[in-house]
Design a protein around this ligand. Structure first.
Ligand SMILES: [Zn+2]
Ligand SMILES: [Zn+2]
Length: 337
């Protein structure tokens, strides 16, 4: 019997009768992180890393949830589960499952570059690795975070010099905090959309220190935005919400910005290639570092990645899941607000 089976409700461990990131309501759900395609409403009991507790409470309301430390072992029906840093967003984990000497790891979403906000990714040895492959094509090869932040600073500075506000669209959980923590605050004030403020507050409850920012509220005068950076989810890119920042320049921070034409689809002036997911070289390294013989690719460019792994001598296969990955149009945000 496989340690983890793929069922209609999600990834299921039959020996322990628990699910990992189920996409339907179940009795016991182990949750890798707070994005809406991984943490869904309706399950009776949730188990997750303690930093993710305030985040999923914000998103899912009054749920029954227990928080654990990284590396802490949780025994359910003789199966040992533990959470390990995924480096994706605050409180994100890979979930390790061990039973009778066999070890499986479900990665959830991950990135291997340290971002200065969440606990950095740690490879976990296993026999079977269930990996995301959102950006599982060689064309995805990220520049360092420092380089991307420098590009953002330059864009912001030049807008500020011209008396224009800078509005950057990014996921409210993950990239918003990454940008907030790594940009040059000397350029001007930083404002955030209400959805970002919500996640910032949850991260603060989780113990993450964030630099100063203000929430966008109606009482703020247009002039105050002239040299400001405003961080907002893509769903805020509508004329009603945007009009208070005019004149402004807009930008999107997303891994999809690596594709030609992607910026135009998002109707923004500028695109920054910034993702909370592993790029092609990092996916390859991560797979190798697990030492796993069997690799199961879930969301993203699964088939291409699995084929490549098979060529490399792994037992690679693809499983269809309810995970959506980093969306081109950032639908995740639309659903969660
Ligand atoms: Zn995610
Ligand atoms: Zn995902």
């Amino acid at each position: 019997m496989a340690l983890i089976e793929f069922t209609e409700s999600g990834m299921y461990c039959p020996q322990a009768d628990v699910f990992i990131d189920p996409w339907r309501a179940v009795n016991k759900a182990l949750i890798t992180h707070g994005h809406s395609d991984h943490a869904r409403y309706g399950s009776a009991a949730y188990f997750t890393h303690h930093q993710n507790v305030p985040i999923i409470k914000r998103r899912l309301g009054n749920i029954e949830v227990t928080g654990f430390n990284y590396d802490e072992s949780i025994l359910i029906n003789g199966v040992a589960f533990s959470f390990h840093p995924a480096g994706h967003v605050v409180g994100s984990s890979q979930i390790r499952v061990e039973h009778k000497g066999e070890v499986w790891v479900a990665s959830g979403d991950y990135k291997t570059e340290a971002d200065g906000v969440c606990q950095p990714f740690e490879p976990v040895k296993c026999h079977t690795f269930i990996t995301e492959s959102t950006f599982g094509l060689p064309v995805f090869n990220w520049n360092s975070q420092q380089e991307v932040m420098e590009e953002i600073n330059q864009w912001w500075q030049s807008n500020a010099d011209n008396g224009k506000a800078s509005v950057i669209f990014a996921y409210s959980l993950g990239k918003a905090q990454r940008i907030l923590c790594n940009i040059n605050h000397r350029i001007g004030p930083v404002y955030v959309h209400g959805a970002v403020a919500d996640m910032n507050e949850a991260c603060a409850i989780a113990g993450v220190q964030l630099p100063p920012y203000q929430k966008v509220v109606a009482a703020i005068a247009k002039e105050d935005y002239k040299t400001a950076l405003i961080i907002a989810p893509a769903s805020a890119n509508n004329p009603t919400w945007m009009k208070k920042f005019e004149p402004c320049s807009t930008a999107v921070a997303s891994g999809w910005m690596a594709l030609r034409g992607a910026r135009r689809w998002q109707a923004a002036d500028k695109g920054f290639v910034l993702s909370d997911h592993a790029d092609w070289p990092s996916l390859n390294r991560a797979v190798q570092e697990t030492g796993a013989e069997q690799i199961i690719a879930t969301h993203g460019y699964t088939q291409a990645f699995a084929n490549w792994l098979t060529e490399k001598g792994y037992n690679g296969r693809v499983v269809q899941t309810g995970f959506t990955g980093e969306q081109m149009k950032q639908e995740e945000e639309v659903q969660s607000i």
